[in-house]
Design a binder for this molecule. Structure first.
Ligand SMILES: Nc1ncnc2c1ncn2[C@@H]1O[C@H](COP(=O)(O)OP(=O)(O)OP(=O)(O)O)[C@@H](O)[C@H]1O
Length: 314
């Protein structure tokens, strides 16, 4: 195995008019790891991935893929990559088996079309017309197409966005199978649960910048405490008072709720409720959860990924 990382980018910048889509990004993806670029809509994930794939030219910065740079037509390098774009349109009048055979024909080597379909559990759909597939099945077909050339590096751009929970889990199982086969995977997502489950390391991006990088566990541990208490109250409580409660590591207010990062929920709740009562602030809602990548993003960016995704969907 070569010593060079699978993917490297340094000082990457890409502008679209006044929009700085990627703003000085440095990344290194090791061979055999599943690396997640996690960030909200518009963070610059797709632009970064398209630059790494050799589909978009950066305005500044350097890129290396499997130790090589994008020069000339890049055909030899491209043959070693598998790319699943955020959205793939297939000709409706082709059958599933024909689509996969077509994609396989683009590569000098690869796996048998039936094998690619088996990997994504679509072998029984081989003679079905593409138009009859569900959204999840189409997504799995696009994954099968990315696998046709038996790639060393796979780029999966939001592979499960817009899918129902069952289809999402099917995609996760396929990615886990690819990980077990030692493939390098660069995955973009705005689902922190997906990143936490699939990725060995995660880079959190926002507004074209890398906010943090590490294993999901290390990023969560960087919060300094394992639990989050969210409380919605109808009166002001000073941050210093909340920070003075036992085991409180951080306090933030977001969307009308106070979020306390705490070491021990049982220890903090009684004095928290007593403080609310003393300030005449009856809790309208109180919830606790284990700290997650969502909380890491919140701590770094001051807003939640889920809110941003919901805003986008509205
Ligand atoms: N071809 C383009 N022309 C103009 N602006 C673009 C273009 N592509 C991307 N952008 C802008 O660059 C920014 C980053 O977009 P990008 O698609 O890379 O983000 P993203 O993190 O992948 O978001 P999403 O999750 O919505 O795909 C956005 O503000 C977007 O509007």
């Amino acid at each position: 195995m070569s010593a060079s990382p699978a993917l490297v980018c340094r000082g990457l910048v890409k502008r679209y008019g006044d929009v700085v889509a990627v703003n000085g990004l440095d990344l290194e993806v090791r061979r055999g790891e599943c690396f997640g670029l996690l960030g909200p809509n518009g963070a610059g994930k797709t632009t970064t991935v398209e630059i790494l794939e050799g589909l978009t030219r950066p305005d500044a910065g350097e890129v290396e893929v499997l130790g090589e740079r994008w020069v000339g037509d890049g055909i030899a390098l491209r043959a070693r990559l598998g790319i699943q774009l955020q959205e793939t349109r297939f000709p409706d009048k082709l059958r599933v088996g024909e689509v996969i055979a077509l994609f396989r024909s683009f590569y000098p080597r690869g796996i048998e079309p039936e094998q690619a379909l088996r990997r994504v559990a679509l072998q029984e759909k081989s003679s079905a017309f593409v138009r009859t597939l569900s959204g999840g099945q189409k997504q799995r077909l696009s994954l099968a197409c990315a696998l046709a050339g038996d790639p060393e590096v796979l780029f999966l751009d939001e592979p499960s966005t817009g899918l129902d929970p069952a289809s999402r889990r099917q995609i996760w199982a396929i990615v886990e199978d690819l990980k077990a086969r030692g493939r390098t995977i660069l995955l973009t997502t705005h689902y922190m649960e997906e990143a936490a489950r699939l990725c060995d390391r995660v880079g959190i991006v926002d507004r074209g910048r890398l906010l943090s990088l590490g294993t999901p566990a290390a990023l969560v541990a960087s919060l300094g405490a394992e639990h989050v208490v969210e409380v919605e109250v109808d009166a002001e409580i000073a941050e210093e008072e909340l920070m003075g409660l036992p085991g409180v590591e951080a306090v933030r207010s977001a969307q009308g709720a106070l979020r306390l990062t705490v070491r021990d929920v049982a220890r903090v709740l009684p004095p928290l409720l007593a403080l609310c009562a003393a300030r005449g602030a009856a809790p309208k809602r109180l919830a606790t959860h284990h700290a997650s990548l969502e909380d890491v993003f919140m701590a770094l960016a001051g807003r939640t990924l889920q809110t941003l995704a919901d805003d986008e969907a509205a």
